[in-house]
Design a protein around this ligand. Structure first.
Ligand SMILES: Cc1ncc(COP(=O)(O)O)c(C=O)c1O
Length: 476
């Protein structure tokens, strides 16, 4: 059969034109593809002819299928190695969708990722604090960010919750946050009994408006969470200035902003604590996971303890199964309220290798987005938000504002054709069962877009990466 070997970033894939089948290569017998065999994600092992060392990709060759039963089709059950990450039927359905759309599943995993996860499973270090793989991930992340202390967590939501606890936020304290964000930003304060209070966003940046923020800082406000939506930083200088004036700490929700810079600095490092998500769709993807970054060593240690039941987390290894005490005795060692918010070691293993290529992927995205933004801006209804000169956008998503007054080349208004173009914003949060609780704490009604009258409505967010799900959806 004819097989085209392609490379996209560092991800190799084999494209079999006849069957319209593109499969990531998960194992290469010879790293340089000089002969030998390749193992595809669908379980097929293909023997390749000799390829000269300087072969440039893509290349089409005649290959022979050595294993993988034909009657199983494109989605035959993968072998032991490939079952990692292929556990549910919905994932298979997503992979099928991706294949039909010729998209690569996200995250794009190299062979090293499979090996790292397998090594983690073999090591038996699957739970506990102070584990080698977790420490290694945190140190690598610190190097990548360039400064600060990184503390891993089980999710972005956990990271935000832990940050609030570490800053001493108490039940009844008010936490300011933007009215346009993903639910987790508001749920984190609610989880600890604090009160989320919403602040308008800037109609041009869609991030929290520093002016509205300044007006909202009242004496009952004990923390501010700002969100770098879709991969672009907020106006941090102004925000930090207002917050410092009032002595209020700032948490940055950087769930969508891995690698984003503000005036040359990594967004995670500005002000008190940066909280990141490593959920599947994010630039750095552990399946699920998160981490916090801070420049304050004591705060970092506190967050580490909170992630570990509030126990003093080992400078050296400490595991429950190694402590010869009963559960109650262990409980007496809890120095503060905490929970089980630790990152799963297999997730750390899955994400490790991605760090090596993250910068390259972001650069690739930035280049691709430049042309996409250019083209999208030609569409009459679209108002595309561009990056600011003082910040580096990492394009988690593309914001598309709709100008409802415009008409297309055929004289149709957006109202006429919207159904076929994009999904409208979700209805007001106050209508959701949990939103009623948010609403009761909020000073103003939660509408779909607070600055509606003065700016474009972000009705559709185009995903900025190839994913295994729909390519157009609403926030987040
Ligand atoms: C802005 C924002 N904050 C917080 C989160 C929560 O992260 P996680 O899903 O890892 O809990 C997300 C996740 O999508 C997000 O987009």
């Amino acid at each position: 059969m004819k097989v085209t070997i392609r490379i996209n970033g560092d991800v190799l894939s084999a494209y079999i034109p006849k069957k319209d089948l593109e499969e990531p290569i998960i194992s290469v017998e010879d790293e340089d593809l000089r002969g030998g065999s390749i193992l595809l994600r669908n379980g097929w092992r293909l023997a390749l002819p000799h390829l000269p060392q300087d072969t440039r990709l893509p290349v089409t060759v005649e290959a022979r299928r050595m294993s993988g039963r034909p009657d199983r089709g494109a989605h035959e059950k993968p072998d032991r190695m490939t079952t990692i990450g292929e556990t549910s039927s919905s994932q298979n359905a997503a992979a099928k969708l991706a294949k039909n759309q010729k998209l690569q599943p996200w995250p794009a995993l190299t062979r090293t990722a499979y090996e790292d996860v397998a090594a983690c499973i073999s090591s038996g270090e699957l739970s506990g604090s102070g584990l080698g793989i977790i420490n290694a991930f945190e140190r690598r992340m610190e190097e990548w960010i360039g400064d600060g202390y990184v503390v891993s967590a089980s999710s972005g939501t956990a990271a935000l919750t832990v940050a609030l606890i570490a800053l001493g936020i108490q039940p009844g304290d008010v936490v300011l946050l933007p009215s346009y964000t993903w639910a987790a930003t508001a749920l984190a304060p609610l989880l600890i009994g604090a009160i989320p209070r919403f602040v308008d966003i800037d109609p041009n940046s869609y991030n929290i408006s520093p002016t509205s923020l300044a007006a909202a800082i009242t004496p009952d406000v004990k923390a501010i969470i700002v969100v770098h939506m879709h991969g672009i930083s907020c106006d941090m200088d102004e925000i930090i200035c207002h917050a410092r004036d009032q002595g209020v700490p700032v948490i940055k929700d950087c769930a969508q902003a891995h690698g984003a810079l503000y005036k040359g600095q990594h967004v995670g490092l500005l002000s008190d604590i940066g909280c990141f998500s490593m959920q599947k769709s994010k630039h750095l993807s552990a399946g699920d996971g998160g981490f916090m970054v801070t420049r304050d060593a004591a705060l970092a240690q506190k967050m580490r303890d909170i992630c570990n039941f509030g126990l003093p987390t080992p400078k050296a290894n400490y595991r429950f199964d190694e402590v010869a005490r009963d559960g109650y005795a262990v409980f007496r060692e809890c120095e503060q309220v905490g929970g089980m918010f630790r990152l799963q070691p297999m997730s750390a293993a899955l994400v490790m290798h991605q760090l090596e290529h993250l910068r390259q992927r972001i650069t690739w995205l930035q280049t691709a987005m430049e042309s996409l933004v250019e083209e999208a801006a030609k569409i009459p209804f679209f108002k595309i938000m561009r990056s600011h000169v003082d910040r580096t956008h990492v394009w988690h998503k593309i914001r598309v504002g709709i100008d409802y007054t415009a008409v297309d080349y055929f004289g149709r208004s957006m109202a006429e054709i919207r159904g076929g173009c994009a999904t409208p914003l979700p209805s007001a949060a106050s209508r959701a069962p949990c939103g009623r609780r948010l609403y009761s704490h909020s000073r103003r009604p939660l509408g779909p877009m607070p600055a509606q009258s003065s700016g474009p409505n972000p009705v559709a967010i185009l995903r900025s990466k190839t994913r295994s799900s729909s390519s157009m959806r609403t926030i987040p």
